[in-house]
Design a protein around this ligand. Structure first.
Ligand code: FES
Length: 158
């Protein structure tokens, strides 16, 4: 009788564990959807320009817009991105200042510090390094997918 009770308890524990798998999986999927870009996928690719358009010197400015899901709300976000080449490699710099997050602007007149943050006069060079101001970290380099051909599209991965 005691063996039967133990066996029954073990079987009930197994059934409970099996029932929890889809419940936990559903909860995880819902959480992932709430935090991901709108559309439900975890990565979004957005075309920035042709590879041949990225300058070796200076910066190419592009604006990207994407929808981001924050809980039940979907927000449309627009951000500037700056493209250039660093030792031949195409790079994309975030326009978000690393001091307090203001939007950095392009100053076409300046060759040494062409990226300016208007909030506290922060200045960055064309590779994103801090030149002046309170920021201590360079501008973030964004994730890209670079095409093989010069007429292929440089994709920003969000
Ligand atoms: S937020 Fe950019 S310098 Fe302060």
């Amino acid at each position: 009788m005691n063996d039967q009770n133990e066996r029954r308890g073990f079987l009930l524990a197994c059934v409970g564990a099996l029932a929890a798998v889809p419940i936990l999986g559903g909860a995880f999927a819902a959480l992932r959807t709430m935090l991901s870009p709108a559309g439900g996928t975890s990565e979004v690719r957005q075309s920035l320009c042709k590879l041949s358009e990225v300058p070796a010197e200076g910066l190419l400015e592009r604006t990207v817009s994407y929808r981001l899901r924050r809980g039940p709300a979907v927000e449309t976000i627009s951000r500037k991105v700056f493209l250039t080449r660093d030792e031949g490699q195409v790079i994309a710099l975030s326009s978000r200042c690393t001091h307090l997050g203001c939007a950095v602007n392009l100053d076409k007149e300046s060759t040494t510090a062409p990226l300016i943050c208007p909030c506290h006069d922060g200045r960055f060079d064309a590779k994103g390094a801090v030149i002046d101001g309170p920021a201590t970290r360079p501008l973030e380099r964004l994730k890209l997918e670079i095409p093989e051909e010069e007429d292929g599209s440089v994709l920003l991965i969000l």
